[in-house]
Design a protein around this ligand. Structure first.
Ligand code: IMP
Ligand code: MG
Length: 173
């Protein structure tokens, strides 16, 4: 039977929550020129909506890591596929992730980014599955906390499919 996507979070809810997060992020750093680092590819729509809702100036860069080899469970191994283009010295960095599941990816990213000497390092993720956490990694801004479902859409994929969906849904087979 073909896989089905059951809607979980509508496009409208995603957009209004992102607007709230943008205001919250700016409120916590009123004068900073925030430097957003999007974790490719899952965070692209979240990052692009977040920075456009953010009051004030910011800059952006991207990093790509891989922790899944085309399945729905983490291999536990994180690999860098593309590094950021610019150094982070004295920057107020916000890492933007699609979803924090086991936390292994974010933990790895925090390690390598912190070593580059940013003034501050915070994280925004659209979704969090706290019940699946294997490492205790700090996440400063969370869009939605969800149960242990495999979700797709709004940037999130299953084997590169479904990223384009404007909403988030649960993948069921
Ligand atoms: P973690 O290292 O286990 O926290 O996983 C982080 C990465 O796994 C995320 O950035 C996603 O790319 C992917 N991932 C985890 N859960 C899901 C899901 O439910 N749907 C799609 N991708 C997921
Ligand atoms: Mg990701």
């Amino acid at each position: 039977m073909a896989a089905q996507v059951t809607p979980l979070i509508s496009a409208e809810r995603i957009h209004s929550r992102i607007a709230e997060l943008a205001v919250e992020i700016r409120r916590d750093a009123p004068d900073a020129r925030l430097h957003f680092i999007g974790v490719l590819k899952g965070s692209v729509f979240f990052l692009s909506d977040l920075v456009r809702a953010l009051p004030g100036a910011c800059t952006m860069d991207f990093i790509a890591v891989s922790s899944y080899a085309g399945g729905t469970t983490s291999s536990g191994e994180v690999r860098m596929l593309k590094d950021v283009d610019r150094g982070l010295q004295d920057k107020d960095v916000i890492v933007v992730e699609d979803i924090v599941d086991t936390g292994l990816t974010l933990n790895y990213l925090h390690g390598i980014l912190r070593a580059r000497g940013p003034r501050s390092l915070r994280t925004a993720c659209l979704l969090s599955k706290p019940s699946r956490r294997k490492v205790d990694v700090p996440v400063d801004y969370v869009g939605f906390t969800i149960d242990d479902h495999f979700v797709v859409g709004y940037g999130l994929d299953y084997d590169e499919h479904y990223r384009h969906l404007p909403y988030i849904g649960v993948l069921t087979s």
